[in-house]
Design a protein around this ligand. Structure first.
Ligand SMILES: C[S@@+](CC[C@H](N)C(=O)[O-])C[C@H]1O[C@@H](n2cnc3c(N)ncnc32)[C@H](O)[C@@H]1O
Length: 400
């Protein structure tokens, strides 16, 4: 039960460093970013803890094998070589997915079926069986082949970690929960300061902010595949869940949390209210119907963190420009005491907003390339006059 493994917490492009930092904060000192996430080592219980607490990662994978796979024979031997019987019981349901890129082996269905056969052969030999019933818990094995290098991993999470369990209703263009959390983690906002999203839609940013402020584990409401595994330490996992519940209860009793959300659309606000209730955060998030053009800042100092319409998926270009202008006007009402962080796919976002950001980070929202732009009133107060934006120089100049 205390065997150690190497894990990868996968993440959207641009969030690898955020995930590595989260892991280190959780105590995994060897956490290191790579393109696609961050690696760390530990026991299965450590992987469970990472699933429960990571806010910006997509899933936690256990590395089972890594080898060169130029032929199907090499693939079969490489997969069969892993000690699957350490993790999978005789009745495991073996589910294999694959991705192939720039490799000799490019047929995904063939890679899947050879991979599955190799795992099954290994288990049959280990358990001295002629066939496997596959009527137990699901074990999702992923084979990723890139430039003939195969990485075989076991998914400990199940559904992606963005699925916290509170967001069940669909608004247009919702922000992925993991990206919303990452925005908050890279923004100047800190849990003791007020946070305001004046374009809150279905409530993702305010809910993620309240969860951070209240020390609430993002995975508290949902199950993970590994919880059903025979090899998992059930008592250990239950005790980590209990500890997470206690931390949330203690923070609720102790902290005053000031999280605000508003939107012009009453229908999405109803979704936000339902999500807030499902997250158990009714007492900690204030929601109001407001047009950003006439909104007021809800406290003396704090941080706006928001996801304005891009003018692609939702609304028009003109709307995107005018909302950006209104956001700036709102932020300026706070003088030096408010910062603003926005995510946008618009290459002209700073121009629409009217001044240069103090920090910019490239990320992907689904398949859309975006920037997370932070504006800090203290430095930006002088910036518009001192550093005027250069005139646009054609498509090249528009790259983030
Ligand atoms: C990209 S969505 C935000 C999605 C949100 N982050 C979520 O996860 O559901 C942009 C939101 O801006 C709101 N909006 C557009 N124009 C607005 C305005 N003038 N005032 C307030 N809200 C506005 C829309 O109703 C929409 O909910």
């Amino acid at each position: 039960m205390s065997a150690r493994y190497e894990f990868a917490a996968t993440a959207a492009f641009g969030l690898e460093g955020v995930v590595a930092r989260e892991l280190r904060r959780l105590g995994y000192e060897d956490a290191k970013g790579f393109q696609g996430g961050a690696t760390f080592s530990g026991t299965l219980l450590d992987a469970f803890r990472a699933n429960l607490w990571l806010r910006s990662a997509d899933r936690v994978l256990l590395y089972a094998a890594r080898f060169r796979a130029e032929t199907f024979e090499a693939l079969f031997e490489g997969v069969r070589g892993a000690r699957w019987e350490e993790l999978l019981p005789a009745h495991a349901e073996v589910y294999v997915t694959a991705t192939c890129a720039r490799s000799r082996l490019m047929s995904v269905p063939d890679v899947q079926s050879v991979g599955k056969k190799a795992v099954v052969e290994r288990l049959k030999a280990a358990y001295s069986l002629n066939w496997l019933p596959e009527d137990g818990a699901r074990y999702h094995i992923d084979i990723h082949i890139h430039e003939d290098e195969a990485v075989v991993s076991l998914d400990t999470s199940g559904a992606g970690l963005a699925r916290r369990g509170y967001r069940t209703l669909n608004a247009a263009a919702p922000l992925r929960e993991t990206l919303a959390a990452a925005m908050l983690l890279v923004s100047p906002w800190r849990a003791f300061r007020p946070m305001y999203d004046p374009l809150c839609g279905s409530g993702t940013l305010p809910i993620e902010a309240a969860m951070i402020a209240l020390d609430r584990a993002p995975g508290l409401l949902r199950p993970f595949d590994m919880e059903k595994w025979d090899c998992a330490d059930k008592a250990g996992m239950e005790s980590l869940r209990r500890e997470a519940r206690e931390r949330f209860e203690a923070a609720k009793a102790r902290r005053t949390v000031e999280v605000f959300g508003s939107d012009v659309d009453e229908r999405v606000l109803r979704l936000a209210a339902a999500h807030r209730a499902q997250a158990g955060l009714n007492d900690f998030i204030r929601l109001e119907k407001r047009d950003v053009r006439t909104a007021e800042l809800p406290a003396a100092g704090g941080d706006i963190v928001t996801n304005p319409p891009y003018g692609e998926r939702l609304g028009s270009e003109e709307e995107a420009r005018s909302v950006a202008g209104a956001l700036r006007a709102l932020w300026q009402k706070g003088g030096e005491d408010w910062t603003l962080t926005a995510i946008s796919s618009r290459r002209e976002f700073e121009k629409d907003f009217g001044c240069r950001c103090t920090r910019r980070r490239k990320v992907y929202n689904g398949r859309i390339e975006c920037g997370i732009f932070s504006f800090d009133a203290r430095s930006a107060r002088k910036a518009p006059e001192r550093r005027p934006l250069p005139p646009p120089r054609g498509p090249e100049a528009k790259k983030l």
